[in-house]
Design a protein around this ligand. Structure first.
Ligand SMILES: [Zn+2]
Length: 401
């Protein structure tokens, strides 16, 4: 007779395994019949108190457990209903290895959660032969436990930015901790009301601890930050400023192209890339083309130099020097007669406080780019992401890793 026993693989307290059935020729499923160990008083699943009396017996529950070898394992547990004094009613007895309303054991649920960190819900569902809805619900409940509560204490410097969801037709706003990169909060849209939902959750003290916020020059966000954090310094992100000027360069290039004739026109053709890319990233073939372009077109040469000089606005840790550099830049740019450049100068002047603040708080939102990339990966794995809350939990999980 074999000494092999499988009972050791089911170390469930307060339970006795009565027998096991291996089904099908290929042993692709197994049923373990279990019964409560009568030496223990049953507990209420809701409050955990010991039962006052047993109400009724023989309520079978079928619970899926981890696979064994090739077999899907099902536990058939004959549960009891009890009278609970604290709950003042009839309740199902508590099982140590499975939650009351879940059809899988806690250890299978944990396994599903771990798999969902790497695989799509659909993959996990197929792998375990479960309904995708079940897999998603389990993943979500674990995520809720770990990331459901926004942790809002000890925030000193925040980054706020928008992310495009669904090919840019919809936006979400992300608030992250500058020092840790942790996603603190996410919400729908990027309008004036969006950040209300975040700030309203903060206590007075939590608000007071926030010294600075890095963001884009985006009025709805600026407005709300000023409203809720009147003492916090707003710092406009350098790369957003450069990006804004990139659009200016492109408009100047187009106007110049329209004006150009003959050979100069050929030089300007397809030059967008040359002007917007960082010089060090140009190929050996592109570099002489850029030089030629700047040679034949003085206006483009000027905006190109201005683009390079923009980074000097973010160079100083001394406000006076930063102010001087900004004034110089605007004066230089003012010599270019183009509406897009004029509009940019006006905007820069209007928002200059948030550029000068960079001298005191050298912060930006570029770390959110990394978060954005993680979000793209999550979107690719999308299942059930019409459920925004689930999506947000997944993002928080990915960024905490
Ligand atoms: Zn109870």
């Amino acid at each position: 007779m074999s000494g092999l026993s499988i009972t050791g693989y089911f170390p469930f307290k307060r339970m006795k395994i009565l027998y096991q059935n291996i089904h099908h020729e290929d042993a692709s499923s197994a049923l373990l019949r279990m019964t409560p160990d009568l030496r223990y008083t049953p507990l209420c699943h809701q409050c955990g108190d010991a039962a006052a009396t047993i109400h009724s017996k023989g309520h079978p529950r079928f619970i899926r457990d981890l696979n064994m070898a090739n077999a899907q394992v099902f536990l058939q547990v004959d549960c009891r209903k009890i009278w609970c004094n604290r709950c003042d009613g009839v309740r199902v007895e508590k099982l140590d290895f499975a939650d009351a309303s879940v059809r899988v054991t806690r250890r299978l649920a944990r396994y599903i959660y771990e798999l969902c960190k790497k695989l799509t819900v659909k993959d996990v569902a197929e792998h375990l032969d479960l309904d995708p809805k079940t897999v998603k619900a389990i993943d979500k409940s674990f995520l809720e436990e770990s990331f459901g509560q926004d942790s809002l204490d000890n925030l000193r410097v925040l980054m706020i930015d928008e992310i495009a969801v669904h090919k840019g037709h919809r936006y979400m706003t992300v608030v992250a901790d500058f020092f840790t990169g942790r996603v603190v909060w996410m919400g729908q849209d990027r309008n004036k009301k969006t950040l209300d939902a975040f700030f309203k959750n903060l206590t007075k003290e939590q608000k007071r601890s926030i010294e600075a916020v890095a963001m884009d020059m985006w009025e709805p966000f600026i407005n709300r930050v000023r409203h809720y954090l009147p003492r916090a310094q707003i710092v406009f992100d350098f790369f957003h400023v450069v990006q804004g000027f990139g659009r200016v360069i492109d408009q100047v290039r187009r106007s110049e192209y329209a004006k150009a004739k003959g050979q100069n026109r050929d030089v300007l053709k397809d030059s967008r890339y040359l002007l917007l890319k960082n010089e060090e990233n140009l190929t050996d073939e592109q570099r002489p083309r850029l030089a030629q372009l700047l040679e034949v077109n003085k206006t483009l040469a000027s905006v190109y130099i201005l683009k390079d000089q923009l980074k000097m606005l973010y160079y100083w840790s001394d406000r006076t020097k930063a102010q001087q550099t900004l004034d110089d830049w605007c004066e230089m740019a003012g010599q270019i007669d183009h509406p897009a450049v004029k509009a940019f100068i006006k905007r820069l002047r209007f928002f200059e406080y948030g550029i000068l603040n960079h001298a005191d708080y050298p912060i930006g939102t570029s770390m959110l780019e990394g978060i954005n990339n993680k979000i793209k990966v999550i979107k690719r794995k999308a299942y059930g992401f019409h459920d925004d809350h689930y999506f947000i939990l997944k993002v928080k999980q990915a960024c905490a890793a």
